[in-house]
Write a protein that binds this ligand. Structure first.
Ligand SMILES: Cc1cc2nc3c(=O)[nH]c(=O)nc-3n(C[C@H](O)[C@H](O)[C@H](O)COP(=O)(O)O)c2cc1C
Ligand SMILES: CCCCC(=O)C(=O)O
Length: 389
C-alpha cells in the first residue's frame, strides 16, 4: 500500500472521529456535537466521580482464561430476558430526556433497538410520551422504568398506561430517593432546553423543569416530585396495581438481593445508576457475584449495568453470572452522533465485539460461558494466599 501523504493523513485524522470504531470514539463525536450543558448532564457522575472511573477500572482488572481449539464457526448469542427473546445479551438502560440528544429522541432509540432485536427500557422521564415510543416500533421488546411519585394516583396512571402500551416489565429504580449531586449540573444550572417537556406527564403533573434555580434544575425537580418514602412495602403496593413483573434497579448487596426475592421481584439490575447517585459505591462488576450467589436457586434474573463499553465487558459480566447487561451512555452517544442510525451502529459494535470475544474465548453460545473463564482481583488474592501457605 502507498504511504499516505502528510496532507492525506491530516485529512484522515480530521475525518476519523466522524467514523468511530468504538464506543469511546462515539463519545468524542457526541461531545463535539452537543451543547455543553447537555453533554455534561449525560456524561457526569456524582461528587468526585470516583465510582465513574472505578466502573472502567474494575472491568480492566478482570482478565480472561480463554479455551482453544473449539469449533466456533457457528455461534448463537441469543437468550431470553424474562421470557422475551433477544438476539444478544446487551440491552438498553433507561436514560432520561433523549430529545436533548437528537430530535427524534426516544423514538429513534426505540426503532434502532427493535431493529437489532434487543430490549429497550424507557425512562419515566422521557421527552416523548411512552405510547409514542411504543408505536415507533410496535414489535420491539420494551420495559418501562418507573420513578414513584409522591402523587400515587399519578404513579398508578403511569403504570397502567405502560401496561396498556405493551411494556413487558416495570423496572423500578430504587437508588434515587434524592438526586445525586452532579457538580457540572449545579454549575451549568441544568434545565430542560426550551421546547422539550417530560412527555409522560403532560396532563398529569408539572411537566416543566424549573429554570430559575441556583442549582441543578433536575435536583429541584426530583425533590419536588419523587417520593423519598419509597420502601419495600411499596413493591407490594405496586403488585396490587399491576401484574407486570417487577425488576428492581439499583441493588448492590446480597442483603437487598434477598429482599428483592422476598418481595417477589422477577429481576434485579445490579446498578449504581451510572455512578450518578452515591459516589464511592463499588463498581457493579465488583459486586455482581455477591448478588448472583445470594439469589442462586431462586426464580429471579440478575442483570448488570454500569461502564459497559466493550463486548468483552459484557462477556466478563456473563462469566460472573449476569443474564445480560444494559448500556446507558453509549446509546446517548450514538443518538447524539447519528440519531437512530447512530444507536444502531453503537449496538452493532457492541454486538460484534461480543461475538468476536465469544469466539476467541472458545464459546459457541452463551451456555458455554462460565466462571472459570475469568480471573478477578479476588481470585488472584486467593491464589496468592494459597501460594504462601
Ligand atoms: C444521562 C443519563 C440519564 C439517566 N436517566 C435514568 C432514568 O431516567 N432512570 C433510571 O433509572 N436510570 C437512569 N440513568 C441510569 C442508567 O439507567 C444506567 O443505570 C447507567 O447509565 C448505566 O451506566 P452506563 O451509562 O455507564 O452504561 C441515567 C443515566 C444517564 C447517564
Ligand atoms: C430522577 C432523575 C431522572 C434522570 C436520572 O435518572 C439521571 O439523571 O440519572
Amino acid at each position: 500500500m502507498q504511504p499516505l501523504s502528510a496532507q492525506a493523513l491530516a485529512q484522515y485524522r480530521a475525518a476519523a472521529p466522524m467514523d468511530p470504531v468504538n464506543v469511546m470514539e462515539y463519545q468524542m463525536v457526541a461531545k463535539e456535537k452537543l451543547p455543553k450543558m447537555v453533554y455534561d448532564y449525560y456524561a457526569s457522575g456524582a461528587d468526585d466521580q470516583w465510582t465513574l472511573q472505578e466502573a472502567r477500572s474494575a472491568f480492566e482488572r478482570i482478565t480472561f482464561r480463554p479455551r482453544v481449539l473449539v469449533d466456533v464457526s457457528v455461534q448463537d448469542m441469543s437468550t431470553t430476558i424474562l421470557g422475551q427473546k433477544v438476539a444478544f445479551p446487551i440491552c438498553v438502560a433507561p436514560t432520561a430526556m433523549q430529545c436533548m440528544a437528537t430530535g427524534q429522541g426516544e423514538k429513534a432509540t426505540s426503532r434502532a433497538v427493535a431493529s437489532m432485536n434487543t430490549l429497550m427500557t424507557l425512562s419515566s422521564w422521557s421527552t416523548t410520551p411512552l405510547e409514542e415510543v411504543a408505536k415507533a416500533a410496535p414489535h420491539g421488546a420494551r420495559w418501562f422504568q418507573l420513578y414513584v411519585y409522591k402523587d400515587r394516583a399519578c404513579t398508578e396512571r403511569l403504570v397502567r398506561r405502560a401496561q396498556a402500551a405493551g411494556y413487558k416489565a416495570l423496572c423500578l429504580t430504587v437508588d434515587t430517593p434524592r438526586l445525586g449531586r452532579r457538580e457540572n449540573d449545579v454549575k451549568n444550572r441544568f434545565h430542560l432546553p426550551d421546547g422539550l417537556t417530560m412527555g409522560n406527564f403532560l396532563d398529569l403533573v408539572q411537566a416543566e423543569m424549573p429554570t430559575d434555580q441556583k442549582d441543578s434544575g433536575l435536583a429541584a425537580y426530583v425533590a419536588s416530585l419523587i417520593d423519598p418514602t419509597l420502601n419495600w412495602k411499596d413493591v407490594e403496593w405496586l403488585k396490587t396495581i399491576t401484574n407486570l413483573p417487577i425488576v428492581v434497579k439499583g441493588v448492590l448487596t446480597a442483603e437487598d438481593a434477598l429482599m428483592a426475592v422476598k418481595h417477589g421481584c422477577a429481576g434485579i439490575v445490579v446498578s449504581n445508576h451510572g455512578a450518578r447517585q452515591l459516589d464511592y459505591s463499588p463498581a457493579t462488576i465488583d459486586v455482581l457475584e455477591e448478588v448472583v450467589n445470594a439469589v442462586r436457586g431462586y426464580p429471579i434474573e440478575v442483570y448488570l449495568d454500569g461502564g459497559v463499553r466493550r463486548g468483552t465487558d459484557a462477556l466478563k459480566a456473563l462469566a460472573l453470572g449476569a443474564r445480560a447487561v444494559f448500556v446507558g451512555r453509549p446509546v446517548v452517544w450514538g443518538l447524539a452522533a447519528g440519531g437512530e442510525e447512530g444507536v444502531r451502529k453503537v449496538l452493532t459494535m457492541l454486538r460484534d465485539e461480543f461475538k468476536l470475544g465469544l469466539a476467541l474465548l472458545g464459546c459457541q453460545s452463551l451456555k458455554d460461558i462460565n466462571r472459570s473463564m475469568v480471573v478477578t482481583p479476588a481470585d488472584r488474592a486467593k491464589t496468592a494466599v494459597r501460594a504462601r501457605l
